[in-house]
Design a protein around this ligand. Structure first.
Ligand code: PMV
Length: 333
């Protein structure tokens, strides 16, 4: 058994299919090269400790038997509940492990406000670190299931696409709840990412879409179906590296996201600025309402698109797509 380990997992960007994926449709997500790291250490007493300064959690400590109980600071929720769920599903069943505890420290390369999925990356890192520290051998899908339960316990809603990106990495075709997780081979996809400066609340936006869908069930069903068709077309276009078509599909997807009511003036400003500067297509990425937009570009007009996004008030975030999934880092890194 190891006493100490460092694990990292990537952030993500939704390429196609957000919101519809919560309603049973498929989506396409890519992992990005901005990573969240967790350092985990085995303790000799049954205690849980977390130090996560980026989310204002400093030297938080409680007995393992109290996990999930009482007031939990917002920034500690995912690591704490993931630990509880891991222990409940695995460790407490294995004998001889109950006397140990665990201490975590998280560091992120990206801000939690970007919408790159810091909560999902920290959930995945937690479960992977516990597997390594306590010698529990879990498949990627088993890790996904513990992490997905954690997200549902905390947020009540969500498809789990972000967890899949953090675990498997690369670019994935994904069905809600992990019913299907398929790795897609993609070519050199050039994306420009523009951050609106506004933090979106995913759970609230998902609930707002649900409320509208209840009011207009037929209309929303057909919008979700159409988004599903866009994802299928995008899967084929990605395979063929048909960038023109991918750009058009991004624009179409954006139209449907506007129809769902998750656009915003800031997102639209950045999206139109990118399109007008020569992007092949542009859309919001994620829940909408803020966070980031993405634009598909050719290398020759990347700079023009970046400049246009900045001029429209966005912050360009440099990321590469198709990054590696959760991994063990060398101690000392
Ligand atoms: O806000 P983000 O980047 O976590 O994306 C949310 C995507 C949704 O489809 C709206 C929700 C989900 O869990 O799939």
């Amino acid at each position: 058994m190891k006493n100490q380990i460092i694990i990292s997992a990537p952030g993500k960007l939704m390429l196609f299919g957000e919101h519809a994926v919560v309603h049973g449709k498929q989506c396409i997500v890519t992992a990005v090269d901005q990573r969240l790291k967790i350092k985990a250490q085995r303790l000799e007493e049954p205690e849980f400790e977390l130090h996560a300064p980026v989310v204002d959690v400093l030297n938080y400590r409680k007995p393992l038997s109290e996990l999930g109980k009482g007031d939990i600071p917002k920034g500690a929720k995912f690591v704490e509940i993931a630990t509880r769920n891991f222990l409940d599903s695995r460790l407490r069943k294995a004998s001889g492990n109950d006397s140990f505890g665990v201490s975590f420290e998280t560091v992120s390369q990206f801000k939690s406000t970007f919408g790159f999925g810091s909560s999902s990356a920290s959930t995945v890192c937690t479960v992977k670190a516990l597997c390594e520290l306590f010698n529990v051998n879990l498949s990627e899908k088993e890790i996904f299931d513990i992490c997905y339960k954690t997200v549902l316990d905390i947020q009540g809603v969500g498809s789990g696409f972000d967890l899949a990106a953090a675990i498997y990495g690369q670019t994935l075709y994904f069905l809600a709840g992990g019913k299907k997780i398929e790795q897609l081979t993609i070519y050199n996809l050039q994306l420009v990412v523009g951050y609106t400066g506004v933090k979106a609340d995913t759970a609230i936006l998902v609930k707002e879409v649900n409320a509208r869908a209840e009011k207009y069930p037929k209309l929303f069903k057909s919008i979700f179906d159409d988004i599903g068709l866009i994802v299928e077309e995008a899967k084929i276009a990605l395979k063929k590296n048909d960038l023109t078509k991918l750009g058009e599909l991004m624009n179409l997807n954006q139209g449907y996201l506007e129809a769902l009511g998750v656009g915003s003036d800031k997102l639209s400003n950045l999206i139109y600025a990118a399109r007008n500067a020569g992007a092949l297509g542009a859309k919001l990425s994620g829940a909408g309402g803020g966070d980031c937009m993405i634009a598909l570009v050719e290398e020759k007009n990347r700079r023009a698109v970046e400049k246009a996004i900045e001029k429209a008030g966005g912050k360009v975030l440099k990321v590469e797509v198709n990054a590696e999934g959760v991994r063990i880092e060398r101690l000392g890194n």
